[in-house]
Design a protein around this ligand. Structure first.
Ligand code: PRP
Length: 212
């Protein structure tokens, strides 16, 4: 039995076609239910549905053999996992955003950065040689500069519509983001043939999708 951690929500919807095109029957995943473990005896597959940011944790600890996680989450948690395949879905950009010109509250000695990604933000500014004050938020990050909580935000930008709707803009691009297949280090040894076969099928599906 191979256990796969998948993110509930949009990432799951984008992942399903790739799994299906690689030959996996996803009927159990397409059936509406509140179940968190979906088992397919015939294929010897078990899917667990977890919060997107928890996928690396389940895979790191071997509670799942593999999973699909956003590169943003992987960069933030930096778990010891094998990142095996870029699925080229759920694409967005990690950016510094704020008001035009990056205007800053000069009464503060350090630039204040609000973000769901404190580690990514810290590393980015450290790379630029700048010490900043980081404020961790869990959502609605764009509010940071709007209410004076922070000077800028570090966040993902997909369509850009949230920024536009709130009068903010991209000031700096940090890196591109997309969904990745990650594998537990022990599982790759003990179930390597099965995992590599599955990932091989997904890789072909990704290549086909790129050509369309
Ligand atoms: C994410 C992100 C931005 C938005 C970007 O938030 O934090 O706010 O999506 O997408 P866009 O460029 O297409 O507008 P999410 O929708 O996950 O909600 P959150 O504010 O609760 O984090």
């Amino acid at each position: 039995m191979l256990r796969i951690a998948l993110a509930k929500g949009r990432l799951l919807e984008d992942t399903l076609p790739l799994l299906e095109q690689s030959g996996v029957d996803c009927t159990v995943l397409r059936t509406q239910s509140r179940k968190l473990i979906l088992r397919d005896e015939v294929q010897q597959l078990e899917f667990i549905l977890v919060k997107p940011t928890d996928v690396p944790t389940y895979v790191e600890y071997g509670a799942a053999d593999m999973g699909v996680a956003g590169k943003d989450t992987l960069m933030e948690v930096n778990c010891p996992l094998y990142e095996m395949l870029d699925l080229d879905i759920a694409k967005c950009r990690m950016c510094v955003c704020g008001y035009t010109g990056g205007r800053r509250n000069v009464t503060r000695s350090l630039r204040r950065v609000a973000t769901k990604y404190p580690n990514i933000a810290r590393q980015y500014y450290a790379g630029k040689g700048e010490t900043v004050e980081i404020i961790k938020l869990n959502g609605s990050i764009e509010l940071g500069p709007m209410v004076g909580l922070s000077d800028v935000i570090v966040d993902i930008v997909q369509t850009g519509s949230t920024l536009v709707a709130n009068g903010l803009e991209v000031l700096e691009e940090i890196c591109p983001i997309s969904a990745r297949v990650v594998v537990n280090r022990v599982s790759l040894k003990t179930k390597g043939a099965r995992i590599k076969q599955l990932i091989g099928g997904m890789r072909q599906a990704v290549e086909r999708a790129k050509k369309q």
